[in-house]
Design a protein around this ligand. Structure first.
Ligand code: HEC
Length: 159
């Protein structure tokens, strides 16, 4: 009877090891199936940044207007704003517009100069919209008259 008991015990131990291996294999299978399904449903599942991290690094809303100012360019929100934004802020900062206060004629000359030398495209009917926006919102600064003199001691002219 002795050898049988021993072999029974051996068999039970072997069975336990087999079932353990079965469990491990099943778990590994389930895990890889889950990974596969995740990658099929969303190819960037393991590499994509979480959406909250993307939102943090994304620039402010391109068309955001705050307190009457187009935040991205600093331009005043008025008629023609987006035409100006779309045609005049591609090559240089909008500061170049707001710092150069010119008459309509000089704006048209500047635009022509950029078209002839800087590859600025034809603006068509947008040119009028743009120039109107610029002279209305960034008018040439008036030179202003000097302050009236006061406290002057005039001397008498002798004849
Ligand atoms: C294709 C590119 C491009 C576009 C689009 C463009 N510009 Fe320019 N602009 C330039 C370049 C290049 C300069 C020279 C920049 C410099 O001197 O640093 C310039 C210079 C200027 C200047 C300064 C001129 C001077 O006398 O110093 C003004 C003002 C200006 N641009 C206004 C505008 C306006 C208004 C628009 C929209 C109609 C516009 N730009 C669109 C390329 C462009």
């Amino acid at each position: 009877m002795e050898p049988t008991t021993q072999s029974n015990e051996e068999e039970r131990a072997r069975n336990r090891i087999y079932s353990l291996i079965n469990v491990v294999v099943a778990l590994a299978f389930i895990l890889s199936a889950a990974v596969l399904i995740a990658l099929i449903l969303r190819p960037g599942f393991f590499t994509e940044q979480p959406s909250s991290a993307i939102a943090e690094t994304e620039p402010i809303d391109r068309d955001l207007i705050e307190n009457g100012i187009h935040v991205r360019t600093g331009l005043i929100d008025a008629e023609g704003l987006m035409t100006v934004v779309n045609n005049c802020t591609n090559c240089h900062s909008a500061k170049l517009l707001t710092q150069n206060r010119m008459s309509a004629d000089r704006w048209n000359e500047t635009i022509l100069w950029m078209q002839q030398t800087q590859n600025l495209w034809e603006l068509g009917s947008n040119q009028e919209v743009i120039v109107n926006y610029l002279v209305t919102n960034y008018p040439p600064k008036k030179k202003g008259r000097r302050m009236i003199l006061s406290d002057i001691e005039w001397y008498e002219l002798e004849d």
